[in-house]
Design a protein around this ligand. Structure first.
Ligand code: T4K
Length: 396
């Protein structure tokens, strides 16, 4: 081949080192290290330390909620919230989510019942929920995928009518709003993730927020083995505590929030411009009238229109060291143990099956410059222009 343009055709990759999706953002490193110095001086490293308390207060104030219970990660936070709400039997969740949403239920022997997604929003389709309700159903967990809030109003209405409890997995949605209301205020409680790859980053971390005093009290006990005072265990609990060093990172991250949003938004606009007009390639929208963290660059590749399908484009990008991801393919229902436990679940999940095969997530965040976004868009454009030759290479 003469003068190959792309690595998949034998050219040098456009990027010498890997560009990850989920590269952590960093706040002021000096401020973080000072915070850690203070922690070391105090010799108070975990168990409801001053930095965790400050982090919780900052989250409460920012969201306008009564309680924030910081935890070691969002998966444990989900498990604790599920247990505190006494969800049992079956709980309806979207299949199109990170596996932790489903596992947090199954881990406690509650069966996740998978609802289909709305392809327009990538969130649970409320019209699919009702037909999944059985006498064993006790609740619904909505997920605010990519930070775009799911239809909390419709979900809560169904739950009220059917006598079910509702909570939300808001792992992606810190700093986002719906109809002007901050995510964090919906349902009985909401769970955020502060994992290293998330918008607000505590290395590992999570939190449940709620306006319910009794629920908050219960979750605080559960987070710390059920201790109600020194040598006094008054409840069943686990170890869900956030450490001080994680809270220090979280505080630094909260301080850098506006800066991170600005970078994410700039990259989002840049991708939008760079991908505009490419056949069958569309970037998901963030509603400009809402608060958004613009943390995910999510692209749908329509195989009926685009000359390359999602999997082919991902291969092209990965050869260039752009490690695009296929989140959340193939849907929780196609992963174990659900695939074996519920082999017919796919019959009710046509949109999840279709859309999850079309989505790819591209790198963004502080480590990604406008120039880098331009090059990634150029790679995609070049691949589409040369699609027939690339298809032959990929079929070999
Ligand atoms: N609910 C939802 C809807 C979620 O999306 C998640 C987590 C949860 C609940 C549970 O939250 P946590 O219990 O984690 O708090 C990642 C994250 O591990 C996971 O937190 C996240 N969702 C999910 C969407 O993505 P992986 O397996 O793709 O992540 P990982 O660790 O391989 O990181 C992705 C890439 O990021 C790496 O290839 C490289 C880069 N990276 C990652 C880390 C950790 C770095 O450059 N530096 C790092 O320190 O799941």
């Amino acid at each position: 081949m003469n003068n190959p343009n792309l690595a998949i055709q034998g050219a040098q990759p456009h990027f010498a080192s890997p560009l990850h999706v989920g590269r952590p953002n960093e706040g002021d490193r000096k401020q973080f290290l000072e915070c850690v110095e203070g922690m070391l001086d105090r010799r108070w490293y975990t168990n409801d330390g001053p930095l965790v308390k400050e982090f919780e207060t900052r989250v409460q104030e920012f969201l306008g909620v009564k309680h924030c219970i910081a935890m070691c990660n969002a998966t444990i936070a989900l498990e604790i919230a599920i247990r505190a709400l006494e969800l049992k039997g079956e709980v309806i969740v979207p299949s199109y989510t990170f596996i932790a949403t489903a596992h947090a239920l199954q881990w406690q022997e509650v069966s996740p019942v998978f609802a289909d997604m709305d392809p327009g929003t990538h969130n649970i389709d409320p019209s699919c929920i009702e037909r999944l309700i059985t006498p064993r159903t006790t609740g619904i967990i909505g997920v605010h995928t990519w930070g775009r809030a799911c239809d909390a109003e419709a979900i809560c209405e169904i739950a009220e009518r059917e006598g079910l409890k509702v909570m939300f997995d808001a792992a992606h949605a810190f700093g986002c709003s719906q109809k002007g209301k901050m995510v964090g205020e919906f349902g009985a409680c909401e769970v955020f993730s502060f994992h290293a790859t998330k918008f607000i980053n505590c290395f590992e971390g999570g939190a449940v927020v709620t306006n319910d005093d009794a629920l908050a009290e219960k979750m605080r006990l559960m987070r710390n083995f059920g201790f109600g005072g020194c040598d006094r265990v008054i409840y069943l609990g686990t170890n869900g505590k956030m450490t001080e060093v994680c809270a220090a990172m979280g505080l630094t991250s909260l301080d850098a929030m506006d800066e991170i949003i600005a970078v994410n938004r700039r990259n989002y606009e840049c991708y939008k411009k760079g991908l505009e007009g490419l056949p069958g390639v569309s970037l998901i929208d963030y509603d400009p009238d809402e608060k958004n963290n613009y943390h995910y660059i999510v692209v749908e590749v329509d195989p009926d229109v685009c000359p390359l399908n999602r999997d082919e484009l991902v291969e092209v990008l990965q050869a260039e060291n752009v490690l695009a991801r296929k989140y959340f393919w193939p849907g929780c229902h196609n992963m174990e143990p659900y695939r074996s436990l519920q082999p017919n679940a796919h019959l009710l999940l046509p949109e999840t099956e279709r859309t999850s095969a079309q989505v790819m997530v591209l790198p963004t965040g502080q480590e990604v410059s406008e120039e880098t976004v331009g090059i990634i868009c150029h790679i995609i454009q070049t691949a589409l222009d040369d699609a027939s030759a690339i298809k032959i290479i990929l079929q070999r």
